[in-house]
Design a protein around this ligand. Structure first.
Ligand code: RIB
Length: 286
């Protein structure tokens, strides 16, 4: 079983459903509202755990009403929370609007995630003990760099999902073993990704492609009826990390299947499939 350390964000998602998203200056009537634990770090941690890995989460919640539910969501999924600290102020939140086509718009307000500026000796020990370090960009970027450098020195594989997209100086990319990007990010990042040995490009409903020392491996989309794509990329990334040690073809199959299943339910953490569900839906080996 792979051991994974996630150094990342955790948010409460405020999810509004509506027939269509409003234009600037327009008010529309919604059809529903739910609060669902989310955040790219937490979603990927839960996805990796459900796909079969042992996972430790390093992150921060605030001291508000959301904090307890966010901590419980990780614990209930079986993710280690010993390195989840509580800091004064609000937890991270994401205002999400999902329309009837399953498309979303998201605004993230970092809150406690922005306080993750230092990693303790115990945080770094969790990184060093893992097989894979999993990071995103919803916490301060220098913290990601510190975690990645420590991981590299300890022989831990570093997987970065550089989302939400932002410019990173070249020294960041030099510490990354695997980058998981969508097609838009891939086109934009272009030569910045040159030092990264393994690059996985997600293509939405069309599946994903791996490029690296093992050549090019393509996995087609897994057909499903999508109602909400929120968290599908996170589910893909968590499952990929959990199965990375089995090689790119197997890891892509688990990731594409898990990501597709995640689009069939509303919300982020609430839609992440478990190992048995993914295994049952895996396409037959060609
Ligand atoms: O990737 C989906 C996630 O993005 C949501 O859970 C939201 O919290 C934002 O971080």
């Amino acid at each position: 079983m792979a051991r994974i350390a996630v150094v990342g964000s955790i948010n409460m998602d405020l999810v509004t459903t509506t027939a269509r998203r409003p234009e600037p200056g327009e008010t529309v009537l919604g059809t529903g509202f739910e609060t669902v634990p989310g955040g790219k770090g937490s979603n990927q941690a839960i996805a990796a755990r459900r796909a079969g890995a042992e996972v430790e989460f390093v992150g921060a919640v605030g001291d508000d009403l959301f904090a307890g539910e966010l901590r419980r969501a990780l614990g209930d999924a079986g993710v280690g929370t010993k390195r989840l600290r509580e800091v004064p102020g609000p937890s991270g939140v994401a205002a999400i609007v999902v329309d009837s086509a399953g498309e979303n718009s998201i605004i993230v307000v970092g809150g406690a995630n922005a306080a993750l500026t230092e990693l303790s000796r115990d945080d770094l020990a969790a990184v060093a003990e893992a097989d894979v370090l999993l990071c995103q960009l919803e916490i301060p970027a220098p913290t990601v760099l510190a975690a990645a450098r420590h991981a590299r020195a300890a022989g831990t594989t570093v997987l970065l999902n550089p989302s939400p997209a932002q410019h990173l100086p070249p020294e960041y990319w030099a510490e990354i073993d695997i980058a998981v990007v969508n097609e838009g990010e891939y086109a934009e990042l272009n030569s910045a990704l040159a030092p990264v040995p393994h690059v996985v490009v997600t293509r939405g409903a069309a599946g994903a492609v791996y490029r690296g020392p093992e050549g090019e491996v393509t996995h087609p989309g897994v057909p499903v009826h999508a109602i909400d794509t929120t968290g599908a990329g996170d589910t893909f990334t968590g499952a990929l990390a959990a199965h990375w040690h089995e090689g790119p073809a197997t890891a892509l199959a688990w990731a594409c299947t898990a990501g597709a299943l995640a689009t069939t339910k509303l919300g982020a953490s609430s839609s992440i499939p478990d190992r048995a569900e993914i295994a049952a839906a895996l396409p037959p080996r060609s």
